[in-house]
Design a binder for this molecule. Structure first.
Ligand code: 13P
Length: 272
């Protein structure tokens, strides 16, 4: 069995990894795969096999965002070294909230992450900054780790409002959240999501650096230093290495490419 496992890990399609340097305390490189509303059990079996049969960089935190009704299925099949996230939750424990799930239900399914404030939730389902802030705060209070998504639309970028919009979204959360230890901020420019138009490394670094400076001024220098800020929007195996070299990019939130074999290459992009 051990030999079989060893053979499997060394017969992987990705190259063996070298240890990558951790940027600072708390800023472990983090790669999320957001499966959104895609796939079924058969699809997930294939995606999980891809993750478990390849060698993954141990210096990277990997989290899979699965649809709510498959959380338990995915959690049971993935090794405990890979986190599983819900893609949304409400800010109450229980009650007459048809169609919602609570952070407690996510924990009850042995999952310890949740993605909150994704632009699809904001734009298609009308979630406001305040509602999202309530969700982030409540999810953290019961012990979940949160991937908190922010980002500007194309119109806002073209109007020169990128920083202003991102700071407004951050401030709404900061009005509620005092302990940021279990928050990963995902900067996902809306114009880059699912469009194939990835932000250049310089564009992404500019916003990530601005967010860290904002966090230093509005939260604390310690929080800013340890805050993981990951990038999302048309990340692929091709563009991940150059993005990952930017000093303030601490990982990725990946949509489309997380449903493909290349997801492993994105996880290993710092060490391949
Ligand atoms: P794509 O990687 O498909 O652009 O999606 C990004 C995203 O929305 C991750 O949450």
């Amino acid at each position: 069995m051990l030999l079989k496992l060893l053979f499997r890990s060394f017969s992987s399609t990705s190259k063996p990894f070298k240890c990558s340097a951790v940027k600072a305390m708390g800023r472990k490189f983090t790669v999320g795969g957001n499966w959104k509303m895609n796939g079924d059990k058969a699809t997930y079996d294939g995606l999980i096999a891809n993750l478990t049969s390849n060698c993954l960089d141990k210096e990277v935190d990997v989290v899979i965002g699965a649809p709510a009704c498959y959380l338990e299925y995915v959690r049971t099949k993935l090794p405990s070294t890979i986190g599983v996230a819900a893609q949304n939750c409400f800010y109450k424990k229980s009650g007459a909230f048809t169609g919602e799930i609570s952070p407690e239900m996510i924990l009850d399914n042995k999952c310890d992450w949740v993605i909150i404030g994704h632009s699809e939730r904001r734009q298609i389902f009308g979630e406001t900054d305040q509602m999202i802030a309530e969700k982030v705060n409540y999810a953290l209070s019961v012990g979940l780790k949160v991937i908190f998504c922010i980002g500007e639309t194309l119109e806002e970028r073209e109007a020169g409002k990128t920083h202003e919009v991102c700071f407004r979204q951050m401030q709404a959360a900061a009005d509620k959240v005092k302990n940021w230890d279990n928050v990963v901020v995902a900067y996902e420019p809306v114009w880059a999501i699912g469009t194939g138009k990835v932000a250049t490394p310089e564009q992404a670094q500019d916003v990530h650096a601005a967010l860290r400076t904002w966090a230093k001024d509005k939260l604390s220098p310690e929080i800013a230093e340890g805050l993981r800020i990951i990038y999302g929007g048309s990340v692929t195996a091709d563009n991940a290495p150059s993005l990952s070299k930017q000093p303030d990019i601490d990982g990725f939130l990946v949509g489309g490419a997380s449903l493909k074999p290349e997801f492993v290459k994105i996880i290993n992009c710092k060490s391949d």
